[in-house]
Write a protein that binds this ligand. Structure first.
Ligand code: NAP
Length: 758
């Protein structure tokens, strides 16, 4: 197992033993890795270990908010309520830990103080608060996005002599409120759950509210055994639905607009939702309640009337109705008799905008009106969301760069899972991760980290390209291309096989609209060894859609089976064929453009030169994306250690060895277009280079030669980007590159169109 490195204490360290950490541990162990989980609590559960406040429970349906990965677990676990309470949830997670024998790899009472990446050994050093430190190759954070509590900044908070707790740091032993004077500060989802529960048995409860929230009924109930069987039978369909819905909940947005139905139908629907379970009224409402201000006002008025109906004192009811936000624009707390709590004699609501808190005293809380004495103060004041958990650990990456500093400058992540400069650090539920039905997203994150990344590294033996066989290199390239995601639909897709010089080349013609504004012949990258139209399909379709040009993907024959100049010959034959069939492809006479990335950029440049020299089809524009233009591995961009992402110097040497082993021929202009003597008369060029790419300097040298020869050339270096950024569509840099290419192609086709119409 190449992922394993016995010089290090562990192969992977996971921080946190909540829903994220437990599942990640399970999956890493399946890969055969040596894993250690560090957890600061004394047991598993994460959120559900810490949040033990009275009334804490799921407000998503229990069965939708649990793991889906194990059929066995789904088969054997019965939920007792539609919205399980914290003790039951904790029992569930303890059961998971036992069932999968996870405890042996979890070290409790172990808060992580720092995590530092060492460039030399390419490993992470994790130091605990107790001073012990451990090394591993991979670091995975399962630290939650709501785990660092925030206390209000109120003067005197330390002076209170009664008992006080933040809801997420609740004592493990039961707290007896009978007959006591209790204050709750905060009326978010947590405050609401706490208030409605505590109000039942306190002597007197005072709620300090800064802003009310729009709350809706939870409608919890027990699950009878036969109902559980029905739920179980529907698991597959339910998880499938969660994968499709907004935020992963089981509720599906109603496709109708609020005012597309009669007033009677509208109110009937809302009554049904209000009487229904869970987030239906928020997530399953009309499609426009969060986008049309009039629709939002209508549903807000509906809920406000419900509050007025349920709260006896009209003045209190008005205080509980939000005036500064519409329904659903903030997270909707779900409640059980929350509003009725305020009908109790022993419950008082203080709006701190009217009656501000001045300070906390030894005995209680001093407002601008009077001092109120309390036995308990409960802070339901929320969390330092997302960043709090990361900032609590001193995390440093390449060159000791602090994660906190990097994110203060720019918050950029790959799917919220990885971030630049922090190699082999994976975040579960990191910034940019979907918020909503968290366990659904946690499973997605863990699957991505394990199956899409680590497993593939293991399968490919984690070998660098230059130690791989062409077969292995192709498998890796194909995996990476899967990240491109879904592709836009085309008006027409055609495959054509054409005669090459001594064989056949295949073309995939992607036509976005009935009439195209140009035809762009695209040569894929992959070091002349890997890549295919399938792998470039999404990129090509997106280019087609955004440029309004037909894109022709060329399946040229690959090395080492077919060495130089086969790829060049195939590329040129394809260009000639397209040149002859322009109006058939585009529905009209349009400009012809060549484009390609990496080795495909090399083929595009070489083809443009050949077309000029052989009086071939006129080319209106060449788009060269980090093109290979030379075989000189001594340029500075090859030796900069920051330039090794996705393509290294060794890999480039290996690609050339496959493509053109005789090094004496590599300076032929057909292989290295930078060695072309005459650049005059070549088509205008758009050249993209990446700052951290070994190919950067040769791409820029090519631009300089074109400019010297007065060929209009638009060169753009993408700062902070690595080789391959253009086709990694999920990266923000890719979008910037796309915008430049789309602008250039559109300008070129617009010019041609204008000259035709004049
Ligand atoms: P929250 O939504 O951030 O609410 C914090 C509350 O404290 C707000 O009412 C806030 O008022 C108030 N507050 C903060 N500082 C204050 C101050 N200095 N003085 C007075 N009031 C102050 O936190 P939360 O209720 O703990 O909920 C956080 C998240 O946890 C939720 O969004 C939800 O995602 C999750 N949660 C989930 C469940 C569940 O699944 N069952 C249950 C509870 C929570 P303002 O509104 O004026 O800021």
């Amino acid at each position: 197992m190449v992922l394993s490195n016995t010089d290090l204490d562990f192969d992977a360290i996971v921080i946190g033993a909540g829903i994220s950490g437990l599942y990640q541990l399970y999956r890493l162990r399946e890969l055969g890795l040596r894993v250690r989980v560090f957890e600061r609590g004394t047991g598993v559960g994460g959120t559900w270990y810490w949040n033990r406040y009275p009334g804490a429970r799921f407000d998503s349906e229990s069965y939708s908010y649990a793991y889906s990965f194990s059929q066995d677990l789904l088969d054997e676990w019965d939920w007792s309520e539609h919205f399980a309470s914290q003790p039951e949830i904790l029992r569930y997670l303890q059961h998971v830990a036992d069932k999968f024998d996870l405890l042996k790899d979890i070290q409790f009472s172990s808060a992580v103080k720092s995590a530092v990446y060492h460039d030399g050994t390419r490993s992470w050093e994790i130091r605990l608060q107790d001073g012990n430190s451990y090394r591993s190759r991979f670091l995975i954070t399962g630290i939650g996005n709501l785990s660092q509590p925030t206390l209000p900044k109120i003067e005197g908070i330390e002076s209170f002599e009664g008992k006080s707790f933040h809801t997420s740091r609740w004592p493990h032993a039961p707290v007896n409120f009978a007959g006591k004077r209790v204050a709750v500060i905060g009326t978010g989802a947590t405050g609401v759950q706490t208030i409605q529960e505590v109000s039942k048995d306190v002597g007197h409860l005072t709620v300090f509210q800064r802003r009310p929230n729009w709350c809706a009924p939870l409608h919890n109930s027990e699950i009878e055994p036969d109902e559980m069987e029905v739920i179980r039978a529907g698991y597959d369909a339910m998880f499938e639905r969660c994968a499709q819905t907004r935020s992963g909940f089981i509720h599906t947005v109603d496709p109708r607009g609020t005012f597309e139905v009669t007033a009677e139908e509208r109110y009937e629907f809302w009554e049904q939702l209000y009487a229904g379970r869970g987030f239906g009224i928020w997530q399953g409402n009309f499609k426009d309640i969060l986008t049309d201000p009039k629709a939002n006002k209508a549903i807000s008025d509906f809920i406000a009337d419900k509050i007025r109906e349920r709260v006896n004192d009209p003045l209190v009811a008005e205080k509980l109705i939000p005036k500064d936000q519409g329904f659903g624009t903030r997270r909707v707390p779900l409640e059980t008799n929350y509003y009725e709590s305020y009908n109790r004699e022993n419950v008082e609501l203080i709006d701190i905008n009217e009656t501000p808190i001045e300070r906390i005293t030894q005995n209680g809380i001093l407002t601008t009106e009077k001092e109120l004495e309390f036995d308990f103060i409960i802070y339901a004041t929320g969390f330092d969301a997302v960043f709090g958990s990361y900032n609590a650990i001193d995390i440093r990456g390449v060159n000791q760069r602090k994660l906190k500093d990097q994110w203060e400058e720019e918050l950029a992540t790959l799917l919220g899972i990885q971030t630049n400069n922090f190699p082999n650090l994976f975040m579960i539920m990191g910034p940019h991760a979907m918020q909503g039905n968290n366990p659904r997203n946690i499973e997605f994150n863990v699957e991505w980290i394990t199956a899409k990344f680590l497993e593939k590294m293991a399968e490919g033996d984690g070998k660098p390209i230059h130690e791989s066989t062409p077969h292995e290199a192709r498998a890796f390239a194909s995996e990476i291309s899967e990240l491109a995601g879904p592709a836009p639909k085309m008006e027409r897709v055609e495959e054509r096989t054409i005669e090459g010089t001594d064989g056949e080349a295949t073309l995939r013609i992607l036509v976005p609209f009935e009439y195209s504004r140009g035809v762009l012949v695209y040569y894929h990258g992959g070091g002349w060894v890997t890549g295919s139209p399938d792998e470039y399909d999404t990129v090509a379709r997106k280019l087609a859609e955004r440029t309004s040009c037909a894109v022709v993907l060329v399946e040229y024959r690959l090395a080492p089976e077919h060495r130089y100049p086969t790829a060049v010959d195939d590329s040129y034959v394809a260009l000639e064929w397209v040149g002859e069939h322009l109006s058939e492809i585009a529905g009209q006479e349009v400009p012809l453009i060549v484009a390609g990335d990496g080795s495909g950029g090399n083929l595009a440049a070489v083809t443009a030169i050949r077309a000029r020299d052989r009086s071939g089809p006129p080319i209106a524009l060449q788009v060269l994306i980090y093109p290979v233009t030379d075989a000189d591995f001594d340029r500075p961009s090859y030796s900069d250690p920051e330039n090794g992402f996705l393509l290294t110097r060794d890999a480039m040497i290996w690609y050339w060895d496959q493509y053109l082993p005789e090094s004496s021929r590599r300076t032929e202009p057909g292989a290295s277009p930078l060695h072309t003597e005459n650049f005059q008369g070549l088509p205008p060029a758009v050249i993209l280079t990446a700052e951290h790419d070994v190919l950067r300097d040769e791409g820029e040298a090519y631009a300089a030669r074109l400019q010297e020869a007065h060929v209009p050339t638009d060169l753009q270096r993408y700062v902070g980007q690595m080789h391959g950024f253009f086709t990694l569509l999920m990266l923000p840099g890719s979008e910037l590159g796309f915008q430049q290419v789309v602008r250039a192609v559109r300008a070129c086709t617009a010019r041609a169109h204008k000259s035709q119409t004049i």
